[in-house]
Each structure stands twice: as C-alpha cells, then as structure tokens.
Write a protein that binds this ligand. Structure first.
Ligand SMILES: Nc1ncnc2c1ncn2[C@@H]1O[C@H](COP(=O)(O)OP(=O)(O)O)[C@@H](O)[C@H]1O
Ligand SMILES: [Mg+2]
Length: 254
C-alpha cells in the first residue's frame, strides 16, 4: 500500500537573488499516474522543472527519485537514472533523419560509443528499436525524412521519441502543447495518454491550458506565485474555491 513514490518533492524553495520563485512546494508522483502541474504564467512551473531535473540547484528542500535523495544532482546524472525532461526541439539534430535522431540516444543509452555511429545504419537491432519508438509516436512513415523539414508538431513528437529512447522512468514535459494548432494539440494529448498507459514511463506535464489538463491528468498540482495552492483529482481541482479564484472561474467551466 505504502509504495515509495516515483518522485517526491519536499518543501522546495528556489530563489534567484531576491526573487523567491518557489516557496515551499511539495509534490508526490506515483509510478504510472499521469500527473500535471498547472498554474498561471509566471507561477514557477518551468523553474520547478528546472530544479527537479537538475538544471538548477534547490535553495532549500529535497527531491527524492525512487526513494533516493537526488537534490542538487546534475541533469545528466538524473537522465542516467531515468529522470528525463523534454527540451523542446533544441535536442533535435536538424540535418539527421528522424530515424537517426532516435538512434543517437539509443547509442547513448547502451553506451555503445560514438565511434560506431558511422556503421549504425547497418545495425539492425538499433534500427528496429528506433522504428518501434517512432511507431509509438506515430512517425514511422516519416523515418527517413530530414528532421528540419518536419512540421512543428511532428518535431515535438520527435523530441518525445528521443526522450523515450533513453528508457525513462519519469518524463517531465513542459507545456507539450505550446505553439501547437488545435489539431496538433489533440494529437499530442492522445499520444501522451497512450504513452502513459503503454510505454512504461510515467509522465508529469505542465500546462497552462485548463482544457488540456482536465482531459489528460489523473492528478493535478496547482501552483500559484511559487506556492502549491491545491492538489487533487480533476474533479477536486475543478471544484476548488481558491483555484477558481486564481483562474477567475471562467476557464474552469470550459
Ligand atoms: N533564471 C532566472 N532568474 C531570475 N528569475 C527567474 C529565472 N527563471 C525564472 N525566473 C522568474 O521566476 C518566475 C517564474 O517563472 P517560470 O518558472 O518560468 O514560470 P511559469 O513556467 O509558471 O510560467 C518568473 O517571475 C520569472 O521571471
Ligand atoms: Mg513555463
């Protein structure tokens, strides 16, 4: 019953000089549940991810990953432990094909070394694994296209495929629908739901669009001005008076 949470953040603070951006945030994410961190612009969502993923050190507080204290552990080490965050397209090699973009992190994961990169095209095992991942994100038909020629939404999908190739236990996605048109938004929502069920990875997303959050999340944490305002199921959050006040009511009924 008392299973160790996949991620447990205890009383997290982050200051930038005199700016107190995170002020005592506590969050627990269980394996397999689709969790979301929401809050108005400037609430501190991205900063929270930057600290949890090891990009910034916490000012105060603790981060546990599978029960291990990883507070202040740098992001490359956390990635090796299975805690990954999507970096939004900047991770994509524009001149490589979609398939090569996914093979590259597999090489890193299996510690094969880059000296064999040139012969990778012949490596059937890696190619098949990369193709399987591309199939999961619906991009198998684009495998041989140069990444830079893809539509914006497809590039975001490649980004997710690259993260999956690292065999993550926990994936932090910061506003996965940002910049997407409504069609792309629907597609990525569906994809995240499906990956959450089938890929073995746990997803923790941030989002400012309430409609997206309520259609996707099983557990929601609400951040407001750097502090946790509420936590609960979508229904509990929808009914929460302070959350309604923070969001001025309107968008919650959409
Ligand atoms: N590196 C930084 N230095 C100073 N202030 C920062 C830094 N990163 C974020 N902030 C500030 O922290 C606040 C929260 O930002 P952010 O985490 O990006 O919010 P959100 O992602 O919820 O929109 C903002 O006021 C922002 O200006
Ligand atoms: Mg942000």
């Amino acid at each position: 019953m008392n299973e160790t949470p996949l991620l447990e953040v205890k009383d997290l603070y982050k200051n930038f000089g005199k700016f107190h951006v995170l002020r005592g945030v506590s969050v627990k994410v269980r394996k397999g549940e689709l969790a979301a961190l929401i809050g108005p612009n400037g609430a501190g969502k991205t900063t929270f991810y930057n600290v949890v993923s090891g990009r910034y050190k916490p000012t105060r507080g603790q981060i546990f990953f599978e029960g291990t204290d990883v507070s202040g552990v740098p992001s490359f080490k956390l990635a090796g432990m299975g805690l990954l965050r999507s970096f939004q397209i900047t991770n994509i090699f524009p001149h490589l094909t979609v398939l090569e973009n996914v093979i590259t992190p597999l090489v890193i994961h299996y510690r094969l070394g880059f000296s064999i990169l040139s012969s990778l095209k012949k490596n059937v095992v890696l190619r098949e694994e990369a193709e399987k991942i591309l199939d999961q994100v619906g991009l198998l038909s684009e495998a041989h296209r140069t990444a830079s020629t893809l539509a914006y939404g497809d590039k975001r999908m490649v980004e997710i495929a690259i993260v999956l190739a690292r065999k993550p236990k926990l994936v932090l996605l910061d506003e996965p629908t940002a910049g997407m048109n409504p069609e792309e938004t629907d597609r990525i929502i569906l994809l995240i739901k499906e990956l959450s069920r089938k890929s073995g990875a746990t997803f923790f997303i941030t989002e400012h669009d309430m409609k997206v959050v309520f259609s996707i999340a099983e557990r929601i944490f609400v951040l407001n001005q750097g502090a946790r305002l509420a936590e609960g199921s979508p229904d509990e959050i929808r009914a929460h008076p302070e959350v309604r006040r923070a969001y001025l009511g309107g968008s919650l009924d959409a």
